[in-house]
Design a protein around this ligand. Structure first.
Ligand SMILES: O=C(O)c1cc(=O)[nH]c(=O)n1[C@@H]1O[C@H](COP(=O)(O)O)[C@@H](O)[C@H]1O
Length: 280
């Protein structure tokens, strides 16, 4: 069984280093001339599938924008996931889960077990109940070739107060998360399956990412003010592992699939230039 790390490296080599976030904000539905309803959501997702399936390496649906429509929204999420997966675009579901270990195991079976209707390639996770509490999620991911992206240095300004706080050993909370994930990815080839989330907006923070040996998801590009050119400042010599992620910047080009695709291609070209071909 191929690991998520290996599948991601292959997808990025084939389609380029880009993740497009599927965030159907009410404002975007309106801008696309769609109703703020499950029907509008379904049409929004159809357009993104037509534009992006089989064309980008990774898509990242944001679960909350689907859950707001209850079971109908979740059914649309399931169908959207299936369509992207069958086009060999990897699906990273943004759910930011984290809980006590026994409950984390249930979240893991909801998203990372192939028998689940919401089965995806990878999910986002929050480490603030302790990285160790995520162990059942890491185990399920490993058992089925899935991945987990753990929040480390988030793109929002409020994250700093928690993530830059220092523990008794002098390390920041973020560095402790980075170090624990680095240990778990040790020795994996070509890349570990446990990723970290480091916002493109965080600037030069002095955190050491050199031993992560896993993918580095970089949200915050576009709408939050991050630019592809900032990636070098944030990631230094780890650029080859960076997966840049844009949601509103690309989605606001819709609803025409051709225009959406062109926006994704523009974002990819900027990322390739900024990453210096590091992932090719
Ligand atoms: O885990 C994430 O994806 C994430 C982490 C983070 O630090 N910052 C962040 O913006 N995100 C997500 O990335 C997306 C960013 O959307 P845009 O600002 O529209 O590109 C949203 O779905 C956020 O929830």
């Amino acid at each position: 069984m191929e690991t998520f790390g290996a599948r991601l490296v292959a997808a990025m080599a084939r389609r380029g280093p880009l993740c497009v976030g599927i965030d159907p904000h009410p404002a975007l539905l309106d801008r696309w001339g769609l109703p703020d309803s499950a029907e509008g959501l379904a049409r929004f997702c159809d357009a993104t599938v037509t534009a992006l399936a089989g064309r980008v390496a990774v898509v990242k649906p944001q679960s909350a924008f689907f859950e707001r429509f209850g079971s109908r929204g979740v059914a649309i999420l399931e169908s959207t996931i299936r369509q992207f997966k069958s086009s060999e675009t990897l699906v990273l579901l943004d759910v930011k889960r984290g809980d006590i270990g026994s409950t984390v195991a249930a979240y893991a079976s909801a998203y990372l077990d192939p028998s689940s209707p919401l089965y995806v390639d990878a999910i986002t996770a929050s480490p603030f109940l302790g990285v160790g509490a995520l162990a059942p999620m890491f185990a399920t991911a490993a058992a089925h070739g899935g991945g987990v992206f753990v929040l480390a240095l988030t793109s929002n300004p409020e994250g700093r107060a928690v993530q830059h706080a220092r523990g008794a050993d002098g390390r920041t909370v973020a560095q402790a998360v980075i170090d624990e994930i680095s240990l778990l990815n040790g020795g994996a080839e070509p890349l570990g399956s446990l990723g970290l989330v480091v916002g493109a907006t965080v600037g030069r923070t002095g955190h050491d990412l050199s031993r992560v040996n896993g993918p580095l998801l970089a949200p915050g590009l576009g709408a939050q003010g991050g630019r592809a050119a900032d990636l070098a400042t944030v990631f230094g010599d780890r650029l080859s592992a960076v997966l840049p992620s844009y949601s509103r910047e690309v989605l606001s080009a819709g609803p025409e699939p051709v225009a959406l695709r062109a926006a994704a291609e523009r974002a990819l070209a900027e990322c390739r230039a900024a990453l210096g071909g590091a992932t090719e």
